[in-house]
Write a protein that binds this ligand. Structure first.
Ligand code: NAD
Length: 454
């Protein structure tokens, strides 16, 4: 498997993909390690993960360089991601005892009742490339804290990062063979489907998630899916600082080149503020620099996957053919690396792919609406249900709107953000199950109900 730098098309590494025999062997080692790791007291496991986090924090600069080289993400955004992962792990460390310890329900002389949280066993985590530290940490850290061992398959576009993560666990003194990575792309993923594991935790596209879910269903294993989105954002007519809202929401659409599961993918704006909002939005995006992700001050780096360039171009061409107005960008940039112009379309509607299919790139459609009711209908007109956002000076109005939108996260006056203490959960084609929060810490456990007399 050849690993490319998406900004320069240079080969970074050539690696051997894991064969079926190799992943079977790794799983057997993980099974052996499970007996030791799960038997350690939670406090011991917390100490090991804390050491992992120290290793991560110590190496931000080096790891950010590796992440940028294989993902094309601007260096500062790579640093932000790793620092964000460190903070997220700290939350998990601080809350592990609270949510993973036994819970007493009744404790009298004659009756004792409690809930204990037992690890699932060996879990398989198949992951995405867009935020390999953040989406990886959401799964393998709480899984390990709960006493599981983990077979982690980084995306083929984040393999070097996955290899670094494996090393950090080694430096942290994790039980030998408690965490192993599976190297490769789709074929390696396929090799994981029949392994003797105790649960599948997947982050990636709806298409692959559905395939995995169907594939493992007959084995009655826990299977959790964190999938894509087509996240809507609505700007009401009562916002005060239109320029500030336009800039903040443009960042929600374009950070990481729009390659975020919770990136703003569709914008609805009340007709009273529409013209000014669009003008300020275009102005903000034009002010952000596009270039090599290693250059200072770059906001738009390279697009990670070359094949996505055509997907983006087709969405733009289809929208224009159906009447959309191109306000900015719209084209693949001719370069040895993968670059796409930041693109803004208006006069869009829901017959266009740009308002229906996940773009996962620096393109956005902005649509005029006349009322909150119309905005709610449009926000709900989607197969997905990850996040939804409303910008308004009136909190009650925003919450009323959000309560009517079928999405796992509601944002008022913010967007494109994830918090360790809140559940991260999709609905409909965005998946099911939650990571983060108390739910995410317990997602890698099975409960045992204890009823004890005497
Ligand atoms: P993808 O579905 O192409 O790949 C995800 C993983 O699945 C990769 O490791 C890949 O090698 C593996 N895979 C591919 N085919 C497989 C198969 N047949 N069997 C087993 N494994 C297989 O997704 P991606 O391009 O890596 O990630 C982008 C997608 O992930 C977007 O849709 C994005 O919205 C979503 N995502 C969701 C979240 C979330 O929290 N909901 C977070 C990040 C990304």
């Amino acid at each position: 498997m050849r690993i490319f730098n998406p900004a320069t098309a240079q080969t970074l590494a050539v690696l051997r993909e894991d064969s079926l025999a190799r992943v079977v062997e790794k799983t057997a080692l993980l099974r052996l390690a499970f007996a030791h790791w799960s038997a350690k007291p939670l406090a011991e496991r917390i100490k090991v993960i804390a050491r992992f986090n120290q290793q991560l924090e110590k190496r931000v600069e080096k790891l950010a360089g590796i992440l940028t080289s294989e993902s094309g993400k601007p260096l500062q955004q790579s640093r932000n991601e790793i620092n964000g992962a460190v903070a997220r792990i700290n939350w998990m460390l601080e809350n592990a005892e609270k949510y993973l310890s036994d819970e007493w329900v009744t404790n009298t002389d004659t009756l004792k009742e409690k809930i204990s949280y037992e690890p699932l066993g060996v879990i398989c985590n198949i992951s995405a490339w867009n935020y390999p530290y953040l989406v990886g940490v959401n799964v393998f850290i709480p899984a390990l804290l709960a006493g599981n061992t983990v077979l982690y398959k980084p995306s083929e576009y984040a393999t070097l990062t996955g290899m670094e993560i494996e090393k950090l666990f080694y430096y942290a003194g994790l039980e030998q063979n408690a965490f192993k990575i599976a190297i490769g792309g789709k074929a390696t993923g396929e090799n994981l489907m029949d392994l003797r594991v105790d649960g599948y935790f997947f982050t990636g596209s709806y298409k692959t998630g559905k395939y995995i879910y169907e594939k493992v269903a007959s084995r009655m294993l826990p299977c959790q899916l964190e999938l894509g989105g087509k996240d809507p954002l609505y700007v009401t007519d009562d916002i005060e600082d239109i320029a500030a809202v336009a800039a903040a929401t443009a960042d929600g659409a374009f950070y990481n080149n729009g390659q975020s599961c919770c990136a703003v993918e569709r914008i609805y704006v009340h007709e009273k503020v529409y013209d000014e909002y669009v003008a300020e939005f275009v102005k903000a995006v034009k002010s952000w620099k596009l270039g090599l992700p290693t250059d200072d001050g770059v906001y738009f780096g390279a697009i990670t996957r070359k094949e996505q360039l055509k997907v983006l171009e087709n969405q733009v061409l289809e929208a224009r053919a159906k009447g959309a107005t191109l306000k900015l960008g719209g084209h693949i940039i001719v370069h040895e690396g993968n670059f796409f112009e930041p693109t803004i379309l208006t006069d869009v509607d829901h017959n266009m792919k740009i308002m229906q299919e996940e773009s996962f790139g620096p393109v956005i459609g902005i649509m005029k609406v006349t009322s909150d009711k119309e905005a709610i209908e449009l926000m709900n007109d989607t197969e997905y249900g990850l996040t939804a956002s409303v910008y308004s000076s009136n909190g009650e109005r925003a919450q009323e709107i959000l309560s009517q939108v079928n999405a796992g996260t509601g944002y008022w006056n913010c967007c494109d953000r994830v918090t360790a203490g809140l559940p991260w959960a999709g609905r409909k084609h965005s998946g099911f199950g939650a990571t983060l929060s108390h739910q995410g810490l317990r997602a890698f456990t099975k409960t045992k109900a204890w009823q004890m007399k005497g």
